[in-house]
Design a protein around this ligand. Structure first.
Ligand code: NAD
Length: 449
């Protein structure tokens, strides 16, 4: 999928929903199953365990009506998938995206199972989405979509069964409406049903930046392992939403690295642009000229001396670190060759940004890949902390949250790194070996297999 085709407006009266139209290389669920298969072979999983892990335990697929501002009714397609809950309640974000399919949601739910296991928190994996373009919705319509979604899933989710959180094009405001709808339906407070809430409604301090903060912790540990001085590195980032912005800020402020370029999707022009500053981009300045959907204001960037290039230019930038933080399939067999030989580390802020073919090509080139299920696990980790705080109705200061997050991410990085060295396998497979073994053990102890 090229950058220019990765986002587009959906303007039909119904929002259209498909299972999957992706080619095998870019089919995220097939990718997720193949990643599991590789680990299952090495772990010699029995057939029943392997098959149970290849498929979601449960999924809900539905349509719901929403009254639009002009009085018409539009029908939206929604999904919630629980991939596995052997280790604890299913956990995973909710996407509002015009190209959302149940197939992508299945893949994202499976990756959540591996993510919660690799970071070692007592949760399973789930994911959800609505096929819609939030950019085309008024605030009132967005609220009615959020509440309409919860009315369909209110019996399927819960603090002890399945806990949503923000993901692409959803945020703390959407979580607040969803929490309110869920609590109205059930007639009681239940803050633990959803995470990434505004702090005043029980959200955790530090949740907003948690994923990006965690990405930077794994980059820091990877650079240490490679004996590279972080303060002398340069980076290129794709996607300037929640994860991208926080990653940029922490990479520059904490590691002292130089961010050479950032690509962002331009909703007006329906294409992506890459913003270059060779003496180092200023993430705080860029955040200040970015709208709530992650679009950097082109003219303001030009005025500030940024060079604006096409949306794919982030991938071929001459840097040490590549950080995809947008969507799936941004590095494919067809584009991997454009990556500069200078790149030493690929930090997967996004879920599934690299296809299997591209992954293999990067390995042949000796690029150190920090796999998504480890790299971007900071968000779900602080979501877990949020649930713990909700259960106690007692809240931690931000520094305590970040210190605990750092500890969890650092420990998980080293468990995976040690596994990679012990088994002489690549990092992604090592992360799968750690997580699949943990989930399989929980299933066995429960007597499922
Ligand atoms: P977001 O919606 O806040 O940001 C994503 C941004 O990427 C948007 O601004 C979008 O316009 C942009 N984008 C899309 N296509 C692009 C392209 N071709 N070129 C440049 N920019 C493009 O979403 P987010 O929460 O930051 O999520 C980003 C990724 O990180 C997703 O893969 C998500 O699943 C993953 N993730 C998010 C979290 C979280 O806590 N939010 C946690 C773990 C993983």
């Amino acid at each position: 999928m090229s950058s220019a085709s990765s986002e587009s407006k959906s303007s039909s009266a119904s929002t259209g929903a498909q299972d999957s139209t992706a080619a095998p290389e870019t089919d995220p669920f097939l990718t997720a199953q193949r990643q599991l298969d590789e680990a299952a072979g090495i772990l010699e999983l029995d057939e029943a365990t392997h098959q149970l892990l290849r498929w979601p335990l449960r999924e809900l697929k539905f349509v719901f009506p929403v009254r639009m501002d002009d009085g018409s009714v539009k029908v939206f397609h929604g999904y919630r998938v629980q991939h596995n809950d052997a280790r604890g309640p299913a956990k995973g974000g909710l996407r509002f995206h015009p190209h959302e399919t149940v197939h992508t949601v299945r893949a994202l739910a499976a990756w959540m199972t591996w993510k919660t296991a690799v970071i070692d928190i007592p949760l399973g994996g789930g994911k959800g989405g609505v096929c819609c373009n939030p950019r085309e919705l008024s605030t009132g319509e967005l609220e009615r979509v959020s509440r309409g979604y919860i009315r369909r899933v209110a019996g399927f989710i819960g603090p002890d069964s399945d806990v949503p959180a923000p993901d692409v094009y959803t945020d703390s405001r959407v979580m607040a409406w969803m929490l309110d709808e869920y609590e109205a339906i059930h007639g009681r407070h239940a803050p633990g049903v959803i995470t990434g809430k505004p702090p005043v409604l029980g959200g955790s301090a530090g949740r907003g930046d948690a994923t990006g903060f965690g990405v930077v912790v794994t980059i820091r540990e990877a650079l240490k392992a490679l004996r590279i001085d972080a303060s002398r590195t340069t980076a290129s980032l794709q996607g300037f939403g929640k994860v991208g912005q926080a990653t940029a800020i922490h990479y520059v402020n904490q590691l002292g690295g130089k961010l050479i370029c950032v690509s962002s999707w331009d909703h007006e022009d329906k294409t992506a642009y890459t913003f270059f500053k060779h003496d180092g981009a200023d993430p705080a300045f860029l955040r200040g000229i970015t709208d709530s959907h992650g679009t950097i204001h082109k003219d303001k960037a030009l005025q500030a001396g940024y060079e604006v290039r096409d949306g794919d230019a982030w991938r071929s930038a001459e840097v040490d670190l590549l950080i995809p933080a947008a969507l799936e399939n941004m590095i494919t067999a067809g584009t991997v060759e454009t990556i500069s030989p200078r790149v030493k580390v690929l930090a997967e802020g996004a879920n599934g940004p690299t296809t299997r073919e591209a992954d293999q090509a990067l390995r042949r080139r000796g690029v150190f890949v920090i796999p998504d299920i480890l790299c971007n696990a900071g968000g779900v980790t602080v979501s877990y902390f949020e649930q713990v705080q909700n259960a106690y109705n007692f809240y931690w200061p931000e520094q305590e949250v970040l210190d605990r997050l750092d500890e969890k991410m650092t420990a998980a990085f080293h468990v995976v790194h040690a596994m990679a060295r012990r088994m002489d396998v690549h990092n992604r497979l090592a992360a799968y070996l750690v997580s699949v073994e943990r989930v399989a053990k929980a299933m066995k102890l429960r007597g499922w297999v």
